[in-house]
Design a protein around this ligand. Sequence first.
Ligand code: NAD
Ligand code: TYD
Length: 360
Amino acid sequence: MILVTGGAGFIGANFVLDWLAASDETVLNLDALTYAGNLETLSSLEGRAAYRFVHGDICDRALIDQLLAEHRPRAIVHFAAESHVDRSIHGPGAFVRTNVEGTFSLLEAARAYWGGLPAGEREAFRFLHISTDEVYGSLGPADPPFAETKAYEPNSPYSASKAASDHLVRAWHHTYGLPVLTTNCSNNYGPFQFPEKLIPLMIVNALAGKPLPVYGDGLNVRDWLYVGDHCGAIREVLARGRVGETYNVGGWNEIANIDIVRTLCALLDELRPDAAGSYSRLITYVSDRPGHDRRYAIDARKIERELGWKPAETFATGIRKTVQWYLDHPGWVANVQSGAYRDWLTRNYAGRENSAGAGA
Ligand code: NAD
Ligand code: TYD
């Protein structure tokens, strides 16, 4: 069996669903169910013997020790994190706690457990740490995409806390020999993403006739990967990745934010036309995110060369599926738009005056 942390979040839940669609190997999902964790996403697994859920915190060392001793997983796949840059600007403490202290607690528990395994199981054990391309910092327009050898230059409290966790994982391998693997992936999109991140926020706001808030001049660039492709990459790295190595995972899709928003408007115009006119009328430039990284891009050649992985979806196919998924699941969306979600929208967007014409 494998232990997954953060399996009720966006990528973790997609991973658990994909894993159990392809295998009967048991998944133990440990998740603290923060605002980002949602068991409804996993409701299709109810009654499935190969799926177990534990409500708990990765900072709780005693709990992790107990789970490892009781369930004896052959691998830990570590997704649990605070993951949203804007939230990290408003409240960095939770990011240091979960991403740094939580990863430390998990590594220490894994080290103790792994050290006590019989030789064969010890050899086979893996600790797979899921990280982000944001640890590498921001690229200029002509810079090459991030390779695994790129120096870390994190700029936000989120990316700094993820960078710290990556360094801990690396050190636990070099110092203690813990068999770790790290993946650094670009921006994911797809079903079950919480509507605080760019793509689901824009879809949800458009359908509600609300402004589509584009930060700054809208020309910040991200590389976008369909979440199912990310899950496939994680499975490959877990199965065949070289211990101690890092693999960058990306979609070869560098797109400016404003082009993402225009694409979403065009798809919604086609799939759910609005009598009031094109959804693009809702695009609103607002003041920028402090310290906003200009460009991320991933050089994903290593994972393709060593493990034969490359994305199956193009951006055109992945984004169409994603828009259709949100149109088909209004109940899921409504259920995550709790009072806490509305409070967040007020906190993040109320202070951003419209900056009309900022590149419009
Ligand atoms: P998410 O915010 O949707 O989900 C995080 C999950 O972790 C939630 O279910 C939450 O309840 C859980 N969690 C938070 N704190 C916890 C704690 N202390 N103990 C146990 N569980 C806790 O995040 P996501 O978008 O699914 O990202 C998953 C991982 O992938 C993160 O490590 C993130 O840094 C990384 N990543 C995300 C992206 C992206 O585009 N979303 C890209 C690259 C890497
Ligand atoms: P986000 O989805 O928060 O991911 P990240 O900051 O981790 O890359 O944001 C993606 C891009 O979209 C980023 O450049 C910020 C921008 N953005 C907006 O312009 N408006 C918004 O309301 C949000 C949430 C993001």
